[in-house]
Design a binder for this molecule. Structure first.
Ligand SMILES: *[C@@H]1O[C@H](CO)[C@@H](O)[C@H](O)[C@H]1NC(C)=O
Ligand SMILES: *[C@@H]1O[C@H](CO)[C@@H](O)[C@H](O)[C@H]1NC(C)=O
Ligand SMILES: *[C@@H]1O[C@H](CO)[C@@H](O)[C@H](O)[C@H]1NC(C)=O
Length: 427
């Protein structure tokens, strides 16, 4: 190398450094430019529709006047303090806003307090230049029904319209409020339960309340609100099926899956299985879903033609069945234990058949564990509870914690109606 070349190299180095400093490029940007999927950033799509708003340069910084808030649970209320606030830098004004956004009607928390600031992001802040943060008000993430209906389906659509579903995109989910205040309520607030599904939307970080992030963290993009832009309910389920490489055409035909639960058991499951076989469905299996991983549960359901189960959040798995499949929901409406899933499942092109329990037996052990924290209910109180209406439909309902003997003739009719609906007349 001659001296001129050395001088030029030196000048080029200095210029590169100046460029980095003046455009505030970080090492991650440079690495992304050369190695990572930098197109993920360039193709972010802003949204300002259906109650969803996007911003650039969204930071979480110390709230000089921390905000105390209260969350109401079924049997209690708990307070927490928001120690961080949301600041949008490079804004067009220096005002404050409380933006009300779309989200599940089951939450009262569909609003975000935001401060705008016309300055640039301070240099000492940790700027995650390739991350899009989705700010979300959750309802009950540990419960499959609420997780899929209130969060996941719309979130999938949202990540898709903002163009962050492609591999290489790094997304982060930030919750409106803490999820671990009241873990006692039937695992409602365990955000870890369905994390593997969120990973399919490129949320591979832990998701927590936004104010529990390290102070002075900034994201290139912030997305507020959660809505369905897809125009069809199946988009999210079909996306999951595709992502897991499941091909409905490669499933065995006419598989019947009976969900075996630990509570609300089917007492005559063996009779139902025999009836299933005698109706020409040779492939029938009883499955304890909670023993399987989330992915195994989806694979099991995707290759199920008729899903049979007692009313409960797990029946929401039916959204992953192939169109034209059937969900048989067993319930006992006479005692506040009604059919629940018809309205939720039919928009996915899944048939719904309700089958009555012939009778139910209250399972006091389960009721005591789930509702009374293990306290034994005296026989005198048991008699009273059995005669009176529940105080709280969602929880304090002795009949909800009963085991069922299913009406076999109703069950047989449900199997047959599936056959006629699908014109499967072989057997
Ligand atoms: C303030 O700035 C934000 C971000 O640039 C913008 O979305 C908002 O509409 C502005 N508000 C007003 C009142 O101009
Ligand atoms: C904007 O942000 C800068 C840096 O954090 C801060 O010093 C300044 O006070 C803020 N401006 C307003 C109007 O709050
Ligand atoms: C189910 O069918 C099997 C085989 O035919 C029989 O041995 C069994 O007793 C039946 N069970 C019930 C509960 O009917």
């Amino acid at each position: 190398m001659n001296n001129y070349a050395k001088v030029y190299m030196c000048i080029a180095g200095v210029v590169a450094l100046l460029v980095m400093v003046s455009f505030r490029l970080h090492l991650t940007d440079i690495m992304l430019l050369f190695g990572g999927d930098w197109r993920c950033n360039d193709e972010f799509r802003d949204v300002n529709a259906l109650g969803v708003f996007t911003f650039r340069n969204v930071c979480l910084e110390i709230n000089t006047t921390p905000m105390r808030r209260t969350m109401h649970f079924i049997n209690s209320k708990k307070s927490f303090v928001e120690t961080l606030r949301i600041v949008v830098y490079d804004a067009t004004n220096n005002s404050k806003d409380s933006i009300s956004v779309s989200g599940s009607g089951n939450t009262m928390w569909n609003f975000w307090d935001v401060t705008y600031n016309t300055s640039r992001i301070p240099n000492e802040y940790a700027y995650q230049t390739d991350v899009a943060a989705y700010f979300l008000a959750f309802t009950c993430p540990g419960n499959l029904h609420h997780f899929l209906e209130d969060e996941f389906r719309t979130l999938q659509s949202l990540v898709s319209v903002t163009n962050r579903l492609r591999s290489g995109c790094r997304n982060r989910l930030l919750y409106r409020a803490p999820w671990d205040l009241d873990p006692s309520e039937m695992d409602c607030y365990d955000v870890r339960t369905y994390e593997p599904l969120l990973a399919l939307l490129n949320f591979d970080h832990e998701h927590d309340a936004y104010y529990r992030m390290p102070a002075n963290t900034c994201f290139r993009y912030g997305v507020f609100g959660n809505a369905d832009f897809s125009g069809g309910k199946r988009q999210a389920s079909d996306y999951v099926i595709g992502k897991l490489g499941i091909d409905y055409d490669r499933c065995e035909l006419d598989v019947v899956t009976v969900i075996r639960r630990r509570t609300r058991r089917i007492l005559n499951a063996d009779v139902l299985i025999n009836v299933t076989v005698s109706e020409g469905f040779g492939r029938v299996r009883e499955v304890a879903m909670e023993d399987l991983s989330v992915e195994e549960q989806i694979r099991t359901i995707a290759c199920t033609t008729i899903l049979v189960g007692v009313q409960g959040a797990g029946l929401q798995w039916a959204v992953f069945m192939r169109p034209g499949s059937t969900l048989i929901e067993i319930a006992w409406p006479e005692k506040h234990w009604r059919f629940y899933f018809k309205g939720y499942i039919t928009p996915y092109n899944i048939y719904h058949r309700g089958v009555l329990a012939k009778h139910v037996r209250i399972n006091w052990r389960v009721y005591q564990d789930k509702v009374r924290g293990g306290e034994v209910v005296s026989s005198r109180e048991r008699a009273i509870l059995m005669r009176s209406a529940p105080k709280n439909m969602a929880l304090d309902n002795v009949w909800k914690w009963a085991d069922a003997v299913v009406n076999v003739e109703h069950y047989r009719a449900a199997l047959r109606s599936h056959k006629y609906a699908n014109m499967i007349l072989r057997h």
